[in-house]
Design a protein around this ligand. Structure first.
Ligand code: IP8
Length: 255
């Protein structure tokens, strides 16, 4: 079984609110239709969730009527994005089943508190692809809080241990430096989790703006997944290859 995170930058265009990367979503649908093992898909908020979370200041306690309106807007926006993702999957020949994350998960102080992963099991057992996503959810202390897809990935990996995880992004993988600024940047093919820190510490830096976050997301899966692959959803064939067990982008050995 494969735990898959489709990052917001892989499926949405962050330069414009509420816009998608249609070609990448098509690629996702077509590739997932070739999967020979069960897949759980978790997607990020991208240009649907994050601009609203920022605009309505949804980090920390939710107290003002304006923030509460923002919670409703964000809740709808993420459902809309999930619908778009699921429609792309159906178009590609898959059978997705969206689980509204805020209905199966609650938080406390922004961290996942209760997560009904049994429903994910049930949906998987019927041969469907469960689709969950970063969302705004009920929070016992803050009233509502944003729970990111990476927190969800960790809890999914705990519920389904011993599997591999694929992170879909818009660059080919992890680089030794920012490939958009440094012509000497090279793609890291294979790396042990223990060495990921060194890559960051040596002036390899904050690659493509997202490497730091990506590394933290991956490190959070220590002990619960066997390996992680980071690959581009913008590159034809990369996801299909990874689904067949090949290594396209960067492979992180987690043991
Ligand atoms: O993109 C955040 O999920 P992420 C979701 O996985 C919202 O961090 C609602 C901003």
């Amino acid at each position: 079984m494969i735990l898959m995170k489709a990052g917001g930058s892989a499926i949405t265009d962050k330069s414009m609110d509420f816009s998608i990367k249609a070609h990448n979503l098509e690629r996702l649908g077509r590739a997932l239709a070739t999967a020979t093992e069960p897949v759980v898909l978790c997607h990020g908020g991208g240009s649907f969730g994050h601009p609203l979370a920022r605009r309505y200041d949804l980090s920390g306690e939710i107290t003002t009527p304006e923030q509460l309106r923002g919670v409703s807007h964000t809740n709808i926006a993420m459902r809309n994005l999930s619908n778009i993702v699921c429609e792309a999957l159906i178009e590609g020949g898959c059978t997705p089943f969206a689980l509204q994350t805020s209905a199966i998960l609650t938080a406390d102080r922004g961290r996942i508190d209760v997560f009904n992963t049994a429903i994910v099991h049930h949906v998987l057992s019927t041969g469907f692809i469960p689709v969950v996503y970063g969302d705004v959810v009920y929070d016992a202390t803050y009233r509502y809080a944003i729970v990111s897809g990476d927190q969800i990935m960790r809890r999914l990996a705990e519920a389904f241990p011993g599997n591999r995880a694929l992170f879909l992004t818009d660059v080919d993988g992890l680089y030794t430096a920012d490939p958009k600024r440094d012509p000497g940047a090279t793609l890291i093919r294979d790396i042990a989790l223990a060495d990921l820190g060194t890559v960051q510490a040596g002036e390899a830096g904050d690659v493509t703006g997202g490497m730091k976050g990506k590394v933290a997301e991956i490190a959070a899966l220590e002990g619960v997944v066997t390996e992680v692959q980071v690959l581009s959803l913008s590159r034809d064939g990369a996801l299909e290859a990874a689904l067949r067990g090949g290594v396209g982008g960067t492979r992180i050995i987690m043991k």
